[in-house]
Design a protein around this ligand. Sequence first.
Ligand code: PGA
Length: 233
Amino acid sequence: MERLIIANWKMNPKNLKAAFVLAGSVKRYLKDVRGVRVVICPPFPYLAVVARQLKHSSLELGAQDASWEPSGPHTGQISLPMLKALGCGFVILGHSELRAQSGETDAMVNRKVHATLKAGLVPIVCVENAVQLIKALRGVPRSSYAKIRVVYEPSWAISTAKGAKPADPKEVRRMVQKLGTIASPAVFLYGGSVSSKNAGAFLKKGIVQGFLVGQASLRPREFANLVKKAIFG
Ligand code: PGA
């Protein structure tokens, strides 16, 4: 069974050099780690430099968003072919911060899911509930579900939210079962204040197959410990 940990650096770190150093530290800490896929999703301007750093390692590269258009007059947008050419294999879609801060709608997420599958990249679809997942997958053939990763990430659990704390594993299990009835055999992940301390509780009982990690992914040693939890429990 695949174990997958996705680092969502969000709008961090503060410059290119820091991104190169951070990717280098993560690579060093995870040098001998096997049995888990680790994907680093830096901000767009750092992708090339992080790709260089991750070369000759088992770490994979992803992006935090993408346009559904392949090219053309779309100021400020980044296309899937551009991301693919940089070495990205994964794209985070429908993150609650984009939904809340940039007006990303379910229809937009859906177009991006279609485009990502068509481009041959893996969509990492973030949802807070079943309705969002149904809308994200509208028109996607069931035969493609196995290529999709679904993250259950309640926005109130994201570490930067006021009073955030990770969701109760029992609640995550209930929600993932519900999402499973919609998108199985997709791989299901959890996101929201995940750390090396609480990761085991979600993995032990097979509630999810991995995580989308924000804050903890910016601290290389902590992130490496979290990844090791995904292997050894
Ligand atoms: P967090 O962020 O791990 O800092 O809670 C997760 C996310 O927003 O993807």
